[in-house]
Design a protein around this ligand. Structure first.
Ligand SMILES: C[S@@+](CC[C@H](N)C(=O)[O-])C[C@H]1O[C@@H](n2cnc3c(N)ncnc32)[C@H](O)[C@@H]1O
Length: 225
């Protein structure tokens, strides 16, 4: 299945809103760290429902673009806002339809690892960023987060599972300085009492705590020279 087919299905089934709800637990903390200023142009890669752009617009950024490979995702996202400064584009991470040095800050949550060539995507991000611009890359699927490894079995798109160090190396190879790397724990997901395990999704409470409270979301921040 292509990105388009897979995620069009998700959008049609309303999963975009479910992702927004779950990802917001950690995304809001990472978004709050973005050094956006009034009037900045921002880009959200793999925007899904577009919630990150709606949040950034509350901080007075200027033009906000959401790119997604699934037209149904972009269509839904458009319906969730009537803000004329927010625009949605159907496109692929391989080739960003933006001019060199045109974007102040790029955001991506739970999407980067679907890139067919993540190194090339990082070079594209570097190309479109203005000097001093940042890339806030947030992922829950990564090497140290062992519980996430099984996710690949549930989806036909190849996912890139890098470690923390591999993210930093790849950012540097693409010409981005690594300004910060951090784990943002999910403190909002309800972890049931020990007596309720095993649950439908978790064999042990320890594994669930490890996934959400210990590892959570990996945030890597790149800065364009
Ligand atoms: C797991 S969803 C995350 C959506 C949103 N960022 C969130 O936090 O809820 C991944 C999104 O990335 C998009 N996507 C995946 N691979 C892509 C690619 N190569 N190019 C463009 N969009 C892609 C999908 O269509 C989907 O909407």
């Amino acid at each position: 299945m292509s990105v388009r087919e897979e995620f069009d299905e998700w959008a049609t089934a309303g999963k975009d809103r479910g992702m927004e709800e779950r990802h917001w637990h950690t995304a809001k903390h990472a978004l709050a760290r973005m050094p956006v200023e009034t009037g900045d142009t921002v880009l959200d890669l793999g925007t899904g429902s577009g919630y990150a752009l709606r949040a950034l617009r509350e901080r007075d950024v200027g033009r906000a673009y959401g790119l997604d490979g699934a037209p149904e995702m972009a269509r839904n996202a458009r319906e969730y806002t009537d803000d004329d400064q927010v625009g949605f584009v159907v496109g692929d991470f391989d080739s960003l339809p933006f001019a060199d040095d045109s974007i102040d800050h790029v955001w991506s949550m739970e999407a980067f690892y679907y890139a067919s060539d993540p190194h090339s995507t990082l070079r594209e991000i570097r190309r479109v960023l203005k000097p001093g611009g940042t890339f806030y890359c947030a992922v829950n699927y990564y090497e140290e987060n062992r519980a996430s490894h099984a996710w690949q079995e549930n989806i036909s798109i190849d996912m890139t599972r890098w470690s923390r160090e591999q993210y930093r190396e790849a950012f540097r190879d693409a010409g981005l300085y690594v300004a910060e790397q951090d784990n943002v724990p999910d403190r909002e997901i309800d972890v049931p009492d020990e007596s309720e395990f095993p649950t439908e999704d978790w064999d042990t409470r320890e594994a669930m705590v490890d996934r959400y409270r210990t590892w959570g979301t990996l945030l890597t921040v790149g800065v364009a020279p």
